[in-house]
Design a protein around this ligand. Structure first.
Ligand SMILES: Cc1cc2nc3c(=O)[nH]c(=O)nc-3n(C[C@H](O)[C@H](O)[C@H](O)COP(=O)(O)OP(=O)(O)OC[C@H]3O[C@@H](n4cnc5c(N)ncnc54)[C@H](O)[C@@H]3O)c2cc1C
Length: 512
């Protein structure tokens, strides 16, 4: 088959891919989506009880708010509501015409000259990348060539992380069923009920997916026939029941310009550095206030779930999960138990721990996460694949988007914040201006310098820095993006609002 040449290719039809398609629509991009639907994780990694954890008004596109009827709804939308919202966004901006479903990018080849490639010639009219696309319906391969590629294949989903076990202690010796959360999310309500009802279930993990799975196990095991589910917790993280702390709105602690003033940020002056040092007790106090509230509000001590690290570190690594209402009530009823263990393995009747205790199990659900970087590595050719490897373990991306050594390619969705939709959207706006030559990228050395500085800040803020999260300096990050786009970075109407109200997507509506 002849190679189809087009200007821009986008890989992935999740939130990042949709935002990229919208912002780059003037170039008629081709969006490849491996599955038969848009939505990414909301379609393929969600279980019946999955809800958004970000407040609704923070998780909306700047030019497409949630419907009026839902604007004042302070509940967290279910994954179905999010999918509906994304469908209406895609319909409203006529994005479906760009999307090629059931089209999995299996290989990317570099056609350009690596020696001379630089970011000065983004849209040169010449093909730079060739991608092989496998049609999962017809099982045919079509090749496309592009001047520019936007990779939006997602940090989560597709490649599950399965723990490694010593010889003869893996799932092969277990008589029951082992399933990763990704496979569980493919089951319908009836199938999941059948899997869990009356079964001794072990859920491995203590992040959002694990918590949702434990609630589903508890719900399926009500009544006398029901069996308790046990969560195996290696590292406990702070979970919050809602966005208010001792009666104060949560955003006051981390999401305003004033609150972020006390946190380290890249490229700060020596004076700011000093101020950050001086104010570090204030930062610690904010974290302690939240911790004291959570310990008071939730039975964390009773269940041995009080994390060993400060709240701030979970916030700075985007790991704070919102608790489903039923979680601790089900634990109180005895339907959810907890086992703290850093090491475990299988025996034929269940799982065993390093303290030599054993747990009987019929089903073991692994909520052990995903390997988003491996997904990228499988697609990219050498030497670009090895450029993704950085000593810190993080993806080295300028403005969370451009790898300085990989020409004519952008990555959206790999830097996180409290609202990943907002983080992806603003980067797509920035990218569309870059592609349209409205500004130029700095030289490779400068980009690498900026990346290294950001990584240092993340490392100083949290031990979980590998997640590439900017939540404690997101406003400053967006300020710099705005400046590069030629937008004003202080975007509120009054000084008071500028200092004390949170920044959300609507603040980054187009500058006309
Ligand atoms: C359970 C769960 C809850 C979450 N809750 C929140 C929350 O409350 N707030 C928040 O901000 N974030 C949350 N997140 C993070 C969430 O991942 C982001 O908000 C956002 O949805 C990511 O969108 P994305 O488009 O970058 O990636 P994805 O949603 O992963 O989409 C990637 C898409 O690319 C496609 N794809 C992958 N590889 C290929 C290929 N080779 N060829 C073609 N297509 C490909 C996939 O099929 C998928 O559709 C949550 C994540 C999970 C898993």
């Amino acid at each position: 088959m002849a190679v189809i040449f087009s200007k821009i290719g986008i890989i992935g039809g999740g939130i990042s891919g949709l935002a990229a398609a919208k912002q780059l629509s003037n170039h008629n991009p081709i969006v490849f989506e491996a599955t038969d639907s848009i939505g990414g994780v909301w379609k393929h990694c969600s279980v019946r009880t999955t809800k958004l954890q970000t407040p609704r008004h923070d998780y909306q596109f700047s030019d497409y708010p949630w419907p009026h009827t839902q604007q004042d709804d302070h509940t967290f939308p279910s994954y179905m509501e999010i999918l509906d919202y994304l469908h209406s966004y895609a319909n409203h901006f006529d994005l479906f015409k760009f999307i090629s479903f059931n089209s999995k990018v299996t290989e990317i080849r570099f056609l350009g000259d690596q020696e001379t490639m630089a970011y000065e010639s983004l849209m040169s009219g010449k093909p730079i990348w060739e991608v092989a696309v496998h049609n999962t319906n017809s099982h045919t391969i079509q090749r496309y060539a592009f001047e520019f590629i936007v990779v939006c294949s997602g940090k989560y989903g597709d490649i599950p992380i399965i723990p490694k076990f010593p010889m003869k202690k893996g799932p092969e010796v277990f008589k029951g069923k082992v399933m990763h959360s990704q496979d569980y999310s493919k089951l319908n309500t009836q199938e999941s009920l059948q899997l869990l009802k009356g079964k001794k279930v072990v859920v491995v993990g203590y992040k959002k997916s694990a918590i949702d799975l434990a609630v589903e196990c508890a719900e399926a095991n009500q009544g006398e026939e029901g069996k308790a589910c046990t969560m195996v917790v290696r590292t406990s993280h702070w979970t919050v029941p809602h966005y208010s702390v001792w009666g104060l709105p949560f955003y006051l602690f981390y999401s305003t310009r004033f609150s972020q003033f006390f946190h380290q940020r890249p490229n700060q002056s020596l004076l700011r550095d000093l101020l950050c040092h001086l104010f570090s007790p204030l930062r610690k106090a904010a974290s302690k206030i939240i911790e004291s509230y959570l310990v008071w509000k939730l039975p964390l001590v009773k269940y041995g779930l009080k994390p060993d690290h400060p709240f701030e570190e979970d916030y700075a690594s985007c790991q704070m999960a919102i608790l489903p209402d039923k979680f601790f009530p089900e634990a109180e009823k005895g339907n959810i138990n907890f086992k703290r263990a850093s090491n475990w393995w299988f025996w034929e009747g269940g799982v065993e721990f390093q303290d030599n205790t054993k747990l009987d199990a019929d089903v073991v659900l692994l909520a052990t996460g995903y390997d988003g970087k491996k997904k990228l590595k499988l697609m990219l050719p050498e030497p670009f694949r090895s450029f993704l490897q950085f000593p810190s373990g993080m993806l080295p991306l300028y403005r969370g988007t451009i790898h300085p050594l990989i020409p004519n390619m952008a990555f959206i969705g790999y830097v996180e914040s409290v609202s990943n939709l907002q983080t992806s959207e603003i980067r797509c706006k920035w990218l569309s201006r870059l592609v349209d030559d409205k500004f130029k990228l700095p030289c490779t050395e400068k980009m690498l310098e900026q990346i290294t500085t950001e990584m240092e800040i993340m490392k100083k803020s949290t031990r979980f820095y590998k997640r590439s999260c900017i939540s404690t300096y997101s406003i400053n990050h967006n300020d710099e993006i705005c400046k590069e786009m030629g937008w004003s970075s202080w975007r509120k109407k009054t000084w008071f609002a500028e200092a004390f109200s949170p920044y959300n997507s609507q603040d980054y509506e187009e500058d006309i």
